[in-house]
Design a protein around this ligand. Structure first.
Ligand code: UDX
Length: 439
C-alpha cells in the first residue's frame, strides 16, 4: 500500500520504517531539510536500537523515501499519517499548531480521496478539528474530494520502539467508517498475525485511550514512589513490598519500580495535557494532580538525601553521576530526573562528573560547556576523585560494577542510588554507605 507520513520524529520515523519493512511503500515528509538530507545518507536523528539498519535497508530498496516536498507526499499515499509533535503549550495543554498545519497542507494539495490518520498524541476532539480544517480548505477550492479522519495512537516505548512497532500488543483505531476499517486492517495485516490485535472504536475513545494508557502507567509509578517514601519513614524495604504486591496478578510486576521519578517525552507531557483537558471542561482531575505532584517531589528526593547526608553543606563537593538519559537505551534527556538533580547540585555549589552510554552529547547540547559539569568517557573515569556516586538511570552496564575499583576511585565509598540497583546489605558488607529509594 502507498502510505505518507508527515513528521520524521520518533513516532513517524519508526512507524514509517516498520511499514516499509513489511512491504508498504512509504514517503516521509518533514519541513527540516537537514533531517531529510541526513536520512538519505543513513544518518538517523535519534538513537534507537535497530532503527538505523531498518531505515537504511528500506531506503536502499526504495520502499522508504524522504522529502520536504509536501505535494509529492500528498500525491503518493491514500493513507496520510500525521505524526508531528504536540509540544506542551505554556499552560500544559498540547499545542496543535503543527497537526493543524499538516491538515491544512494535505487539504491544499489533495486531488483524490484520502484517509488522514492522527498518530500524534492529541487531545480528545482533535480529529474534529482536523476534519474542520480540511473541510474549510477544500471549500475554498473548486474540487472537493472525499476524505476521512481517523485516530491511530502509538504506544511505542523509547529504546524498544522498533520491536514495539513490529510486534504491537494492540493496534487501536478510532473511526466511524467501514471503508477506513477495511483499509486499516489491510495496512496492519502483517502485524496482526496469530491473534487479532486490532481494536476499533469511535474516534474520541481512541484519542482518550492513548492518554489513559500513559496516565495509568504514570499513576502506577507515582503510587509506588509514594509507598517508597512511606517505607523510608516507616523502616520498611520497598523492594520487598514491590515483590509482595507484584505477585498478585491483578497488580502485576510491570511499572511498579520506585525510583527518582519518571521522565521522557510522554508521561510528564501527557499527564499534564489530560489534566488541562479535564480543567477545560471544569472537571477537577484529582488523581492526575496527585500523580504529577508526587513525580515533581520524587525528582527532588535524591538531592534531599544527598543534602541530608552532608548536612546541607555541598559547596565544593564533587559528585559522580551515572546516567543522564531519562531511562536506559536512549539518549533522550527530556524531563529526565538527572537534570533536576544536577541543577540542584550546581545551585548548592557542587560539581558533577557524569557518564552516560548515549546521552553525553545531549547533555552537552542542553548545558553547553560549564565548569561544574564534566563528562567522562567511561563510568570508572567519572568516579575518580568524586565524593560520592549518584545513579539516575538503570543502564545494564551499571548493574554489576567492580565495587573494589569503585571504592578505590571514589574519595569516600558513598552511593546514592536513584534506581535501587544494588542490595543494601551487600553494599554495606563491601564497606559502602549506600542509600537507595525506600529501603
Ligand atoms: C512511555 C510508554 O511506556 C509508552 O507506551 C508510550 O507510548 C510513551 O510513553 P517511554 O516514555 O518511552 O514510553 O518510557 P517508559 O519505559 O514507559 O518509561 C517512562 C519513565 O518511567 C522513565 O523515566 C522510567 O525510568 C520510569 N519508570 C518506568 C519508573 O520510574 N518505574 C517503572 O516501574 C517504570
Amino acid at each position: 500500500m502507498k502510505v505518507t507520513v508527515f513528521g520524521i520524529g520518533y513516532v513517524g520515523l519508526v512507524q514509517a520504517a516498520v511499514l516499509a519493512e513489511v512491504g508498504h511503500n512509504v514517503v516521509c515528509v518533514d519541513v527540516d531539510q537537514q533531517k531529510v538530507d541526513n536520512l538519505k545518507q543513513g544518518i538517523i536523528p535519534i538513537y534507537e536500537p535497530g532503527l538505523e539498519p531498518l531505515v537504511k535497508e528500506n531506503y536502499d530498496q526504495g520502499r522508504l523515501t524522504f522529502t520536504t516536498d509536501a505535494k509529492q507526499g500528498i500525491e503518493h499515499g491514500k493513507i496520510q499519517f500525521i505524526a508531528v509533535g504536540t509540544p506542551p503549550d505554556e499552560d500544559g495543554s498540547a499545542d496543535l499548531q503543527y497537526v493543524l498545519k499538516v491538515a491544512e497542507t494535505i487539504a491544499t494539495h489533495m486531488n483524490d480521496e484520502k484517509i488522514i490518520v492522527n498518530k500524534s498524541t492529541v487531545p480528545v476532539g482533535t480529529a474534529d478539528k482536523v476534519k474542520a480544517k480540511v473541510s474549510e480548505v477544500l471549500d475554498n477550492r473548486d474540487i472537493g474530494p472525499a476524505f476521512h479522519v481517523a485516530s491511530n495512537p502509538e504506544f511505542l516505548k523509547e529504546g524498544a520502539a522498533v520491536n514495539d512497532c513490529m510486534k504491537p500488543d494492540r493496534i487501536v483505531v478510532g473511526t466511524n467508517s467501514d471503508q477506513v476499517t477495511d483499509i486499516m486492517r489491510e495496512l496492519y495485516a502483517p502485524f496482526n498475525r496469530n491473534h487479532d490485535r486490532m481494536i476499533f472504536m469511535d474516534i474520541r475513545s481512541a484519542e482518550l485511550t492513548k492518554y489513559a494508557a500513559n496516565c495509568m502507567l504514570a499513576t502506577k509509578i507515582s503510587f509506588m514512589n509514594e509507598i517508597a517514601m512511606l517505607a523510608d519513614k516507616l523502616g520498611a524495604d520497598v523492594e520487598h513490598v514491590r515483590q509482595g504486591i507484584g505477585s498478585d496478578p491483578r497488580i502485576g510486576y510491570h511499572f511498579i519500580y520506585p525510583g527518582c521519578g519518571y521522565g521522557g517525552s510522554c508521561f510528564p507531557k501527557d499527564v499534564q495535557a489530560l489534566k488541562r483537558t479535564a480543567e477545560e471542561i471544569d472537571f477537577e482531575p484529582l488523581m492526575l494532580q496527585a500523580v504529577e505532584k508526587r513525580n515533581a517531589k520524587q525528582k527532588e528526593v535524591l538531592f534531599e538525601k544527598i543534602s541530608c547526608h552532608y548536612k546541607g553543606d555541598l559547596e565544593g563537593k564533587t559528585f559522580a553521576l551515572w546516567g543522564l538519559a531519562f531511562k536506559p537505551n536512549t539518549d533522550d534527556m527530556r524531563d529526565a530526573p538527572s537534570r533536576v538533580l544536577m541543577e540542584s547540585l550546581w545551585e548548592a555549589g557542587a560539581k558533577v562528573q557524569a557518564y552516560d552510554p548515549e546521552a553525553m552529547e545531549e547533555a552537552q547540547r542542553i548545558y553547553g560547556v560549564r565548569d561544574d559539569l564534566m563528562l567522562f568517557g567511561t563510568r570508572q573515569a567519572a568516579l575518580k576523585g568524586a565524593d560520592a556516586l549518584v545513579i539516575c538511570t538503570e543502564w545494564k552496564q551499571f548493574w554489576a560494577p567492580d565495587f573494589e575499583l569503585m571504592a578505590d576511585l571514589l574519595n569516600e565509598p558513598v552511593i546514592f542510588d536513584g534506581r535501587n540497583l544494588f542490595e543494601p546489605g551487600l553494599l554495606q558488607r563491601k564497606g559502602f554507605e549506600y542509600t537507595g529509594i525506600g529501603r
